[in-house]
Design a protein around this ligand. Structure first.
Ligand code: SF4
Ligand code: SF4
Length: 340
């Protein structure tokens, strides 16, 4: 587990900085590499060539800039982060500064949990169906069994562990089974809707078929039994239903999340629209100044993707007591319980 200290100090630091600036990034998503040992149909990343990866010193340089720019939550992703030999060192540095999470496909994770368990606050393992359905989407046989073994290993070591599920046209009928599996194992699940990247197979679900599944998930989220199993807020499902089926858009605020590609470049305004083509390196720009000057307003009406890393923070409001409980109070209690 990471330390509670950076989180508390970070909050105070951000609060003070926030007095002077209208917009500061709160969450960072950093792809450590594009390489992956799986071959997911809908994924553009394993198809891309990694250039030279950043050194640990450069990773620390990025973290320091992000910390000074107000970031509190750092999420590492890929490609597959556990293909990096220095993942333990990277997470250790991150845990000194941020609430730290990592997402993995679970193939290598089981044997490497020991390297990271002291430095990570939340582990996400991707699971897109049961058995063959997962294996077919992931493109490698055996990936379901390895992912579940990794999940169980993380759970047995006391790590805060969640399934990350992406709704595609190939697994719409499996999401409820994976929610039930999460409950059975005693972990949580976060659900996303697949987005069609131009360089990958188009696997996003038919909107007509997606609606009933979103409604079913919303009902589960409403139930006492599954409320805390599903990480997504009820508002997440309501917003997609309202926008995509009712013409009532949400206001997208991509500035809350800063995304960084494997070469340390910031992806603007969001990785969906830029398809992960970054331009400015984190340490070459004044992030705070860039955040005040960028034309974010242009994207307020964009409801193109429903990626939870953008949509959930966009929905947050201090005036919504349910979201305050789900997004602030419960995570705070969780952090304190795990660290004090
Ligand atoms: S495991 Fe993740 S990075 Fe790897 S191919 Fe699948 S979606 Fe892409
Ligand atoms: S809704 Fe549009 S602006 Fe917002 S994250 Fe998705 S693609 Fe980007």
């Amino acid at each position: 587990m990471g330390s509670v200290k950076p989180f508390i100090f970070g909050n105070v630091r951000r609060l003070l900085k926030g007095l002077g600036y209208k917009k500061l990034p709160l969450i960072a998503g950093h792809k450590l590499l594009y390489a992956c040992n799986l071959r997911c149909k809908m994924c553009p990343f394993w198809r891309r060539k990694d250039e030279v990866l950043l050194s640990i010193d450069e990773e620390v340089k990025i973290m320091n800039v992000l910390k000074d720019s107000g970031v509190l939550f750092m999420g590492f992703e890929g490609g597959e982060p556990f293909l990096r030999k220095d993942i333990g060192d990277i997470l250790m540095e991150s845990s000194k500064r941020f609430y730290t999470s990592v997402v993995s496909n679970g193939w290598l994770l089981k044997d490497r949990v020991k390297e990271i368990e002291d430095y990570v606050d939340h582990v996400f393992v991707s699971l897109d169906g049961i058995g063959d359905v997962h294996d077919n989407i992931r493109g490698v046989r055996g990936s379901f069994d390895r992912a579940v073994s990794s999940i169980k290993e993380c759970k047995s070591r006391g790590l805060n562990t969640s399934i990350s599920f992406t709704l595609t046209k190939d697994n719409l009928n499996q999401v409820l089974d994976v929610v039930y599996l999460a409950k059975k194992i005693g972990i949580t699940i976060n659900i996303d809707v697949a987005y069609d990247y131009s360089t990958a197979e188009r696997l996003s679900p038919e909107r007509s078929e997606l609606k009933a599944v979103l409604e079913a998930l919303m009902r589960l989220k409403d139930s006492k039994e599954y409320r805390s199993v599903i990480i997504n807020s009820k508002d997440y499902f309501i917003s997609i239903l309202n926008s995509w089926y009712g013409n009532i858009p949400w206001v997208c605020k991509p500035w809350i999340t800063i995304n960084i590609d494997p070469q340390g470049r910031i992806v603007l305004p969001c990785y969906t629209l830029s398809e992960y083509s970054g331009n400015k390196r984190v340490w070459e720009v004044n992030v705070i100044k860039l955040w005040q000057e960028y034309n974010w307003e242009k994207y307020y009406s964009c409801n193109k993707c429903a990626l939870s890393c953008y949509l959930e923070p966009s929905l947050f409001s201090w005036k919504n007591p349910t979201l305050v409980r789900e997004r602030i109070i419960e995570p705070m209690i969780n952090i304190l319980e795990n660290n004090v």
